[in-house]
Ligand binder design. Structure first.
Ligand SMILES: NC(=O)c1ccc[n+]([C@@H]2O[C@H](COP(=O)([O-])OP(=O)(O)OC[C@H]3O[C@@H](n4cnc5c(N)ncnc54)[C@H](O)[C@@H]3O)[C@@H](O)[C@H]2O)c1
Length: 274
């Protein structure tokens, strides 16, 4: 792959997915700028490390300067107390888009989530034009940022690809992951597709691998060119051997958002500690 970009900014670069992108996007840009509030280790020759808080606009404005594209993976990665969601994900995403506008960055690839539409049933085959149905404050912050991306495309022409990542971990653990699992390699492939496509406009796309089961539809996102290359199938037997048969009517089985649909308000309890 030839270098298509001069400089890509990756936020959340210390995280589980961001650290994979640090390697996976290496061939796409001459320089990678890595942003996180946590330690990211030493910078390689092609890297620039910027440590800062997404809630701090001055630092985000600086981090977004002189970049060709932003891969925005920083923020609360799951249900969290309202104040955390507000500061890291809502305020943080606003700062990223405002930084993109002020610094004239043409495209953002955003790590949205299945939890923006978590209350659809698995048999709905929810597509990317369905109305938002967030299942949590976390999901609500993803809806906010998808709408923010839409506004910044319609008004300012900044392209966005919002990746509704389903379940991206080292290995699947539950039966819901039989449709939702996205391997790390497919996640990197998805981000690369979103960066390299000549015209992205404003696009939402689901992120799951080529699993035998599926509960979401990418029929409106074909132009991104994402064809997952891996599957959850090698893990199926282990997952079935180590988990109980689920109740088909249980809240977390019925809905694509899984167990987040069954959680209460995060400020009421420690339920969000997942
Ligand atoms: N892993 C999945 O299955 C999955 C599914 C759907 C969406 N996503 C999204 O992908 C992104 C990355 O997820 P992950 O699994 O790598 O999570 P992660 O927690 O490992 O990474 C998130 C990173 O964001 C950083 N961060 C959080 N708040 C910050 C702030 N205020 N300022 C600066 N940095 C901050 C954290 O330090 C962390 O390194 C998240 O936005 C998450 O919502 C992940």
């Amino acid at each position: 792959m030839t270098e298509q970009f001069e400089r890509i900014l990756i936020t959340g670069a210390a995280g589980a997915l961001g650290s994979r992108l640090r390697e996976g996007l290496r061939p796409m840009a001459r320089r990678l700028r890595l942003h996180d509030r946590e330690d990211m280790g030493a910078a390689a020759a092609h890297e620039e490390i910027v440590r800062g808080d997404l809630a701090d606009f001055a630092s985000v404005l600086e981090a977004t300067r002189d970049v060709d594209a932003i891969v925005h993976f920083g923020g609360a990665p799951m249900e969290r107390p309202w104040q955390t969601v507000l500061d890291s994900s809502i305020r943080g995403s606003y700062h990223i888009y405002e930084g993109a506008r002020q610094n004239k960055v043409p495209r953002v690839v955003y790590a949205s989530s299945i939890h923006a539409v978590g209350y659809y049933a698995v048999e709905d085959s929810v597509d990317t034009r369905a109305m938002h149905r967030p299942d949590s404050l976390y999901g609500l912050s993803k809806c906010f940022t998808e709408d923010l991306a839409r506004l910044y495309y319609d008004k300012f022409g900044i392209e966005s690809v919002c990746l509704r990542i389903c379940s991206c971990f080292e290995a699947p653990e539950g039966r819901r992951h039989m449709w939702s699992f996205l391997t790390y390699a497919d996640m990197i492939h998805l981000v690369r597709c979103a960066l390299r496509v000549p015209r992205a406009g404003y696009t939402i796309i689901y992120g799951n691998s080529d699993n035998e089961e599926n509960a979401v539809s990418n029929r409106y996102a074909g132009h991104i060119g994402f064809r997952p290359r891996e599957s959850v199938e090698p893990h199926r037997a282990r997952v079935f051997d180590t988990t109980d048969a689920p109740d088909a009517h249980a809240t977390d089985i019925r809905h694509v958002g899984g167990f987040l649909c069954a959680l209460g308000h995060p400020d009421d309890s420690d339920d969000w500690r997942v």
